[in-house]
Design a binder for this molecule. Structure first.
Ligand SMILES: Nc1ncnc2c1ncn2[C@@H]1O[C@H](COP(=O)(O)OP(=O)(O)OP(=O)(O)O)[C@@H](O)[C@H]1O
Length: 257
């Protein structure tokens, strides 16, 4: 049997707060295979970020089990199994773009030559080849987010965790970055977990869409996309695309009843 890259079985997570327990995740079961692009969509507070944080070993489940590459999240973190892209680009303003991308490599003790080679390669991948020497404030919001994707790619982890990376961008920039991300995913084959509030974004990007319901966060529906791997933006006008979007919307609506 092929081992899942991410496997969640009976996952529960309860936060103890001053106002009593908050159940963020309830009995989440999910298998993610190698090279899949999986979007998590659901209303605010349904546990999407919490799920990503469990995978990244930033939160401890209170029940059930998660494995990442067949290991505990802690072992996977130590093996540098993933890169993490946050909602805000989170670049250090006093470092150049190249310096920001190199930072995790510096912390990990890569040599200067190795850092330079990797920074050049990942900036090229996100089409920021000529921008290594610029500072974050010299780049648009979309370019900054591309730089933060480059930073997550720099140490060649085979899993990419992305928490609403394009949420703050206008729709035209977002469309372009969606196209670029899809091309990048096709080129690199990284298993990608992607949080979004946007139905078209989830349907356009994903091989699998996980629809979640509000607290306690449960999986309402898991949709294996019938769309082909090649996806021009115009695919969003096809009946196949509209049918998947409809099913996602139905799942979100059912979660509210
Ligand atoms: N550290 C924490 N302590 C207490 N409660 C928390 C903590 N982190 C998250 N929560 C609660 O757990 C629930 C799930 O939060 P989470 O951030 O995972 O939701 P989300 O689906 O990512 O939301 P959004 O779409 O708004 O980002 C929310 O009710 C949130 O208030």
């Amino acid at each position: 049997m092929v081992e899942s890259v991410v496997s969640a079985r009976g996952l529960n997570l309860v936060f103890e707060t001053g106002d009593g327990p908050v159940q963020a995740l309830s009995d989440v079961n999910l298998e993610i295979g190698s090279g899949e692009f999986v979007s998590f969509i659901g209303p605010s507070g349904c546990g999407k970020t919490t799920f990503l944080r469990v995978v990244a070993d930033l939160e401890q489940p209170t029940g059930g089990a998660v494995t990442v590459n067949g290991m505990s999240p802690e072992a996977a973190r130590k093996a540098r199994a993933y890169g993490y892209v946050f909602q805000a680009a989170g670049l250090y303003p006093w470092r150049t773009i190249g310096g920001n991308v190199a930072l995790p490599l510096e912390i990990m003790g890569y040599s200067r030559a190795e850092r330079a080679e990797r920074v050049a390669r990942v900036l090229e991948l996100v089409e920021l080849g000529g921008f290594a020497g610029k500072f974050p404030w010299q780049l648009s919001g979309g370019m900054q987010q591309r730089a933060s994707i480059a930073r997550a790619l720099a140490f060649d982890a085979d899993i990419l965790l992305m928490d609403e990376p394009f949420g703050a961008l206008d729709e035209i920039v977002r469309d372009r970055l969606n196209e670029e991300l899809l091309a990048l995913w096709a080129r690199t084959g990284k298993t990608t977990l992607f949080v979004t509030h946007s139905i078209p974004e989830a349907v356009y990007l994903s091989t699998k869409i996980v629809v979640m319901s509000p607290r306690p966060g449960r999986i309402r529906d898991v949709i294996d996309s019938p769309l082909p791997k090649e996806r021009p933006l115009e695919i969003r006008d096809t009946p196949e695309f509209i049918a998947v979007a409809h099913r996602v919307r139905e799942g979100l609506r059912a979660g509210h009843d």
